[in-house]
Design a protein around this ligand. Structure first.
Ligand SMILES: [Zn+2]
Length: 286
């Protein structure tokens, strides 16, 4: 194992911090970026984001398609947030899956398309929502149109080559245009308390771990300045919460009783809860 694998952000040497699921998690010795090296982009995308990522549980979604309402509302919530900084225009939503977040933006006056590595999800976005979603990754996609907003909601951690991806994002953003990121915060209290057991250490799906300050410095390298940042609410679908809790509570009598109580919850409700380890940030191209 190469102990000097270079940092994807600054190409300096790294050290192994710990192992997770058999993958070495590394810290850059210079910029402190935390990352996991995956051998090939194509292999990463094909194996990590196949249909089972969206429909098979595990590190992905038990059933992504059941999250439609919740994700559409989240898209609308972000569209309202972005309205503080710019009026609606043309956007690109990266990692848009079946287009639910994008739909939320469209409902608030935005136009534009999505980009998604999974062909089935991209096709569903068109068939069910009438949205244009290209199949591909930001690292490898050639765009012709410039946009007013690039949104990356929980996407940054998945990039094999974050510099290449952000280079493309910078190229396609109009002068004065915005980036909207939502990302997990590796410097959060939650991440520090859980250490290597933090839920976001889940290679090979998530392979880059940022802090808000690190992202701001990174955006600055591409000529973008931070103009807003905050904590975000995480919406959870009660059906999903129920299946997780029932699983976790099953080993005790009190837990089983609590599990019984949960059966009366409406599975289609979604609830927001403040998430200490998740943040949003908006950057403007200078
Ligand atoms: Zn580095």
């Amino acid at each position: 194992m190469n102990n000097f694998a270079t940092c994807p952000l600054c190409q300096s040497a790294s050290r192994i911090a710990f192992h997770k699921e058999g993958h070495p998690i590394r810290d850059c010795l210079r910029c402190q970026h935390r990352f996991c090296i995956i051998s090939s982009l194509q292999e990463h995308v094909e194996t990590v984001y196949d249909d089972s990522y969206f429909l098979g549980g595990g590190a992905g979604y038990a059933n992504y398609l059941s999250e439609e309402k919740l994700l559409t509302e989240r898209g609308s919530w972000y569209a309202d947030l972005v309205r503080r900084y710019t009026k609606p225009g043309i956007m690109l939503d990266v990692g848009s899956a079946a287009g639910f977040l994008l739909k939320g933006f469209h409902q608030k006056g935005w136009t534009g398309s999505g980009l998604e590595p999974n062909p089935k999800m991209a096709r569903l976005a068109f068939e069910k929502q009438g949205l244009s979603v290209n199949v591909g990754t930001l690292e490898d996609f050639a765009f012709t149109e410039q946009v007013d907003l690039v949104s990356m909601i929980q996407v940054l951690g998945h990039f094999v080559n974050p510099l290449k991806a952000l280079h493309t994002a910078a190229e396609i953003t109009k002068p004065g245009g915005l980036w909207l990121f939502e990302s997990w915060n590796r410097d959060s209290l939650t991440a520090r308390v859980f250490g290597e057991h933090w839920h976001e250490y889940s290679p090979p799906s998530v392979i880059q771990w940022f802090s808000p300050h690190e992202l701001t410095r990174l955006a600055e390298r591409f000529g973008f300045r931070q103009i807003g940042r905050g904590r975000t609410l995480k919406w959870i679908n009660l059906g999903h919460a129920k299946s997780l809790l029932t699983y976790k509570l099953k080993d005790s009598a009190a837990g089983r009783l609590a599990g019984k109580a949960l059966e009366f919850l409406n599975e289609n409700w979604s609830v927001p809860y403040p998430s200490e380890d998740l943040f949003w940030a908006v950057y403007r191209k200078e």
